[in-house]
Design a protein around this ligand. Structure first.
Ligand code: NI
Length: 254
């Protein structure tokens, strides 16, 4: 059993073949898909998609959209987070690569959503790009840390160890299949399989075999294959272990 624990199939890149794309994933062994609604403009579409069987949702405000966090969007988000198909707050975090929103706004909005996750007792999916130092600083100062995953992990092994100690899991995506991914392979080799999730983050980050093309949930198998290769495990073992981790973290029930 495979799970794509982080997908953006509501992206317009799937507008012409969303149904076929989902069908391809389910036919190819993907049992569940967790669809991410991380900007207010996409929330309704994600909510609608998550009416489908075996599709779950998460809602949050992405660091790139941090400036859209206000009382109105927060109230809307709280409603969506109440939905029974919604399994997490996400993706939330820090992105200093693009820095579409000022760093201080990103930090504030990240902290508020972490506190919200604790308040409603849901796990988080954290996006962190070029901001591991500040993310760790924030995590160290929070009174209470929710359960969650550092999605599309791109830190080093020391950073991985620190977030594992805080109780987080680590999300692995297509970049682990790229030739220049020694740092990520080092993380995969040294983190126990019961701490890893597989994700696509589609339509971005297609694995090496499909690099340059649109990514899609069925390609999550490529990520599991690479983890199996790096850890010297059977592909099926990796699929089942990461799926069990995902079901436990997000409390998935079909
Ligand atoms: Ni994402």
């Amino acid at each position: 059993m495979l799970i794509d624990s982080h997908a953006h199939t509501c992206d317009e890149k799937f507008d012409n073949d969303r149904e076929e794309t989902l069908a391809r994933a389910f036919a190819g062994g993907v049992k569940y898909i967790i669809e991410v609604g991380c900007e207010p403009e996409s929330w309704d579409k994600v909510f609608e998609l998550s009416r489908k069987e075996n599709v779950f949702s998460m809602f949050g405000i992405h660091p790139q959209d941090a400036s859209k966090f206000n009382e109105a969007s927060l109230n809307r988000m709280k409603n969506l987070l109440n939905d029974k198909k919604c399994v997490a707050v996400g993706e939330i975090g820090l992105d200093y690569h693009y820095e579409y929103s000022p760093k201080n706004v990103q930090k504030e909005v990240f902290i508020k959503q972490m506190e919200l996750a604790v308040e409603i007792n849901k796990p988080v999916s954290i996006h962190c790009r070029s901001a591991y130092e500040d993310m760790l600083k924030i995590l160290r100062t929070l009174n209470k840390i929710p359960k969650g995953v550092i999605h599309c992990f791109s830190g080093n092994l020391n950073e991985a160890k620190e977030v594992l100690d805080m109780g987080f899991l680590i999300g692995i995506d297509g970049p682990c299949t790229y030739p220049k991914s020694d740092k990520l392979k080092d993380v995969i080799a040294n983190v126990p399989i019961n701490k890893l999730l597989v994700e696509t983050d589609c339509p971005y980050l297609a694995p090496q075999l499909f690099r340059g093309q649109r990514n899609e949930p069925s390609y999550v198998a490529e990520v599991a294959k690479k983890i199996a290769e790096v850890k010297g495990m059977q592909f099926e073992e990796v699929c089942n272990a990461t799926a069990a981790n995902t079901v436990n973290l997000f409390n998935l029930r079909s």
